[in-house]
Design a protein. Sequence first.
Lengths: 241, 421
Amino acid sequence: MMSKGTINILQLYPREMNIYGDWGNVLVLKQRLVWHGYDANILEHNADGEFPADVDLIVGGGGQDSGQIVIQQDLQLIAPHLRALAKDGMPMLIICGLYQLFGNYFKTHDGTVIPGIGVLDLETHGGTERLIGNVVASSDEFGDVHGYENHSGQTFLGPGLRPLAVVSKGEGNNSKENHEGARHLNIVASYLHGSLLPKNPAIADFLLEKAVTRKYGSFEPGDVDDSLAELARQHAGSRPR
Amino acid sequence: MLSVLVGKAVRAASRLRGGGSALPGLVVERIDPGFMGRALTGLQHGVVVVSGTNGKTTTTKMVVELLQGQGLTVFTNRTGSNFTRGVAAALLGDVDWRGRLKADIAVLELDEAHAVHFVQLVPPTHCLLLNVLRDQLDRFGEIDKTTRLLAQIAAKTTGTVVLNREDPRVASIASTVTDAAVTYFGLDESLRSTFPSDDDLRGSASVAPPSSLPADVVLESVDGNSASFLIDGTASRVELRLRGVYNIFNAAAALTMARTVLGVDARPAALLESLAAVEPAFGRGESLVVDGNPLELVLVKNPSGFRLGLKSFDPEGCATMIAINDNYADGRDMSWLWDVDFDSLAAAGVDMVSGVRAYDMALRLKYEDVRTAAVNTDTTAALASFIRAAQGRPKRIFCTYTAMLGIRRDLSRITDVKVVS
Ligand SMILES: [Zn+2]
């Protein structure tokens, strides 16, 4: 079958910010593109590297505290470019550690302020308690969202930003409100690992639709069988926290 | 020593009930907190603590058998009791009524977090730190935290700290050791790409440069079950009963520890002879026989363990089953399945996927274009139909810890399964 086009997926800092299954998100985007009849190209941006010119979709993951420090300087260098791309409708999936750094700042427990890049109007405060466990949340856009959280940062959204979903099991952004993640422009940001996309194909297809439409004007989805994902969601939803 | 008698009585009673091994340990810890320290101090060759993410059980077993082969009486804790209370419970079975242990040395497998607690009570003379990999992040938070736990074990060690020079996090612990000596085990450069650290997993960044640290024992090459070790500059080839390249690397760790304990008294030929005779530990590449064909159980609990397990066993001609549970002992999070490369199963496919999270596993395989013949979350039913469908072929089951317990129980009804007390 003839390819309907090629989408370039950029993974941000795959070495430092790729903990706990973040690769699964990239793999899902790549495979679903193929199933929808498109070709996929996977690119990387690493600290001190050249930011690729031809990018259609950006994926960022989580990392250890030490990884966040390693990429800090480079992230500030590419920040103006990321802000411009976001405004221009670039679809982005931003998880956990990079989710925090895409905000305005991260204030650690001892009071140190790590500047973010302000793509998302949110702030994060380091906490003493780690929020760990299965999460189920519901979103008007994507239905139920299933994932697994593991973070000590407490994230609070600014007034202009809406949460990705409302939590029914687990904590989400912080232990005070029942919000999980953030939605802004074509950006989906979340604390959830799992990986997020395999069990939430609606989010994957949202990102793909935005990427393909932005590049080719329209998206013609293929026939993708998500019955295994549906069963995996049902079982995940029935498990203890 | 009333506490010893009470402890022994509780131990006998809980054995009669066929119950938990930790209860007597709990009782003796409560009524006599100094019991463990007293029993373990004064052993002629001291106390060895083995810790790290992967391979503790098999490595501990190897160290024990290497030392026994040199004529030492060794006290050790058994599989499934790698926490302080489990050590206390095991001690109760072996001490005399005055609480004295008749052994030359204790070799103890301890989980990272429990080891930290243990070394506060009993500073070890030696410790062997194997690796720090992503595992149980739902308990430890992040792997840098796990490294700090291992560093605390090293800090309490009075004699020698034995480190894996190929694991950057473990090797970095050397710089924090002030009182003890440091010795390394390692890999020949040609094997380093076989053991990627979690940092080498993704991304184009190159594997860390070869280490210039001197190693006491180096694993030079592996060919099936035959391995060559470079010891003190002399290469020796050994035919092992252990399977799996990860077990064979841990043999270098065990040899280093045995040589460290014994010093000039070590008899090299006898060490290699003991090593060749070591049988796999419970569920760690254990080989059973079903319908006249071998069935292998491979315990998988984290990405690097699963990757090495897949790399160690050729799938060709073999029927494969995977069973993934997410009980507390397995870890609740399924993210780790996405950090394992399942490419090697693409040609042969997977015959059965089971476990509580069978559908997460099947979904993972689907995204890797690996064909799955059947999925059944009921492990007992899945095992039966897997064995039926794979009649006449060798079989292999990759399973998480609690899935393995169930599968062993079911298998014991149809074949000989070693009972582990
Ligand atoms: Zn995270």
